[in-house]
Design a protein around this ligand. Sequence first.
Ligand SMILES: C[S@@+](CC[C@H](N)C(=O)[O-])C[C@H]1O[C@@H](n2cnc3c(N)ncnc32)[C@H](O)[C@@H]1O
Length: 232
Amino acid sequence: VTRADDRDSAPSAELLRYYAERAPDFDKVYARPERQGDLRALRNLLSRWFAGQRVLEVACGTGYWTGCIAGSAHSVLATDLSDEMLAVARRRHFQRGNVSLQRVDALSLEGVPKDFTAAFAGFWWSHVPRRLLPGFLRALNAHLRPGALVVFVDNRFVEGSCSPMADRTDEDGNTYSVRRLRDDSVIEVLKNFPTRRELLERLMPIGSDVQFVPFTYYWCVRYHALAGEESH
Ligand SMILES: C[S@@+](CC[C@H](N)C(=O)[O-])C[C@H]1O[C@@H](n2cnc3c(N)ncnc32)[C@H](O)[C@@H]1O
C-alpha cells in the first residue's frame, strides 16, 4: 500500500499520481444514481450564488463544477495542478467562453491574480492536510476582494457510497481513504470528513456570515472573506 499523505511538502506527489490515473473516467462519480438529487440541488445553489461574479476556482479537476458556475458567473479562472485533469477540462465545451484554465498549486496559489469577487473549491478541502488548512485559507482570502463569497463543497462519509476508509488516523488527525488503481494496486489517499463544528471553527476567524448547508451525500459551506494580511 502506498501512502499518499503529506510529508510537510506540498504538493503530494501521490495524490497527483492518483488523480492522473483517475482523470479519464473521473466524471463517473457524478453519474451515481443515488446522488442525483443532491447534485441537482447543489448545481442550482451554485449557479444562483455565483451569478455575475469573477470566480477563482481551486482544484477544478475535470471542470464539472466550472461548467455549472460559468453558466451564470461573469468569468471563471479554473485552476488545478494535475495536467491530466486539466486536459479533460480543456476538452469540455464552456458555452459562454468565459472560462480560463491555469495550472496552479492550490496550496500556494502562486501566479494567480488577486482581485476575484468569489471563490469555489469542490472536493478539495477533504484532501488538504489539517495542518495546512489555516495557511491555505489565508492565502485564498489574500487573492480575493474583501467580502468576496467563498464556497466549499465536499463529501459526507456515507457507508457503501464512499470508498472505504483505512484503519488509521495520523498524528494530525488526518484520515485516509483506500483507492484501487487500474493495475489493481492499492493506494491510501488523505481524505478528511470535517464536522460542521470543525468547519465553523476554522472559518469564523477568516470569514463572516459563515453558513453550513448539509445534504445527504455532501456538505457545503459559504462565507464572505474578511480582509486579511498578505500571507506571502
Ligand atoms: C476530488 S478532485 C476534485 C475535482 C473537482 N473540483 C470536482 O469537484 O470535480 C481533487 C482535485 O485536486 C487536484 N489537486 C491535487 N493536489 C493539488 C494541488 N496541490 N493543487 C491544485 N490541485 C490539486 C487534483 O488534481 C484533483 O483534480
